[in-house]
Design a protein around this ligand. Structure first.
Ligand code: BTN
Length: 261
């Protein structure tokens, strides 16, 4: 049986591969967890929920998901590439979300893939992979976008924002979902066919973390650093004291030297 969300979403899709199957639930624990449970669904299946009861962020954090003012969406993919190359999918998906949202507001990407508006977080991405050193089983690319939210829980109220808060307007959530899926369809194909090089150039042009002082937070310790570049594998090259070090996505969080980004 078709649902209202999918009925509105499907006509807006211009994809070749992503979103040929849509699973919409009014409520689930987490669309990433749902996609992992349904890992036998075909590559490109999209899972969306109206609310999440256990929305997850990076580093085990909670993702506020208690109302229907935001987008909670996860894409299941099964790329036939070497597992050594897959960690940069998080940047590919980050650029797709950036491209989708850039028409709505003046945003930037905080490495590896937070979407930042007015020095606050507008959207967050959680990519989770399963497989071994020889073969990728599946990857789940999850995104939460604060669309029509008017308030946030106390713990995040100073670092989170929404399109509604920033622009004073309300938006159709299916439109935002379609833009993300359309952009990801293009970039995912480019990544599979040509690799990361060209995508990285576009990513770097919009990454607000580079060429500035940052704080690297690892194991509850904050270290001052200067963000130099993104490596060809998608790591963040920083200078700490006089030494250069590559930070791999998932191993640390980055903050601006003043404020969140
Ligand atoms: C972050 O910490 O920045 C990542 C947040 C990712 C949230 C999204 S909402 C849809 C999907 N389901 C989840 O439980 N998490 C991701």
């Amino acid at each position: 049986m078709s649902d209202f969300f999918s009925e509105k979403l499907i006509p807006q899709l211009e994809t070749n591969h992503i979103g040929k199957n849509i699973v919409y639930l009014e409520e689930t624990d987490s669309t990433n967890a749902l996609a992992k449970r349904e890992k036998n669904y075909p590559c490109g299946t999209v899972f969306v929920a109206g609310r999440q009861t256990d929305g997850r962020g990076r580093s085990g954090r909670v993702w506020q998901s208690n109302d229907e003012n935001a987008l909670y969406m996860s894409i299941l993919i099964k790329p036939d590439i070497s597992p050594q190359k897959i960690s940069s999918i998080t940047l590919v998906f980050g650029l797709a979300v950036f491209n989708a949202l850039r028409g709505y507001a003046d945003i930037g990407i905080k490495w590896p893939n937070d979407i930042i508006l007015d020095n606050k977080k507008l959207a967050g991405i959680l990519c989770e992979m399963s497989g071994n050193e020889e073969k990728i089983d599946y990857v789940v690319c999850g995104v939460g976008v604060n669309v029509n939210n008017t308030s946030f829980h106390d713990e995040i109220k100073d670092i989170a924002t929404s399109l509604r808060i920033q622009t004073g307007k309300g938006y159709e959530i299916t439109e935002i979902a379609a833009e993300i899926l359309n952009e990801f369809d293009i970039l995912y194909a480019e990544f599979l066919n040509k690799g990361l090089d060209d995508i990285l150039i576009k990513y770097k042009n919009n990454c607000i973390t580079l060429q500035k002082d940052v704080k690297v937070i690892m194991n509850n310790t904050e270290t001052d650093a200067y963000a130099l570049d993104i490596t060809s594998e998608g790591g963040l090259l920083v200078r700490i004291d006089k030494e250069e070090k590559v930070i791999v996505s998932g191993e640390a969080s980055i903050r601006g030297s003043i404020g969140y980004a």
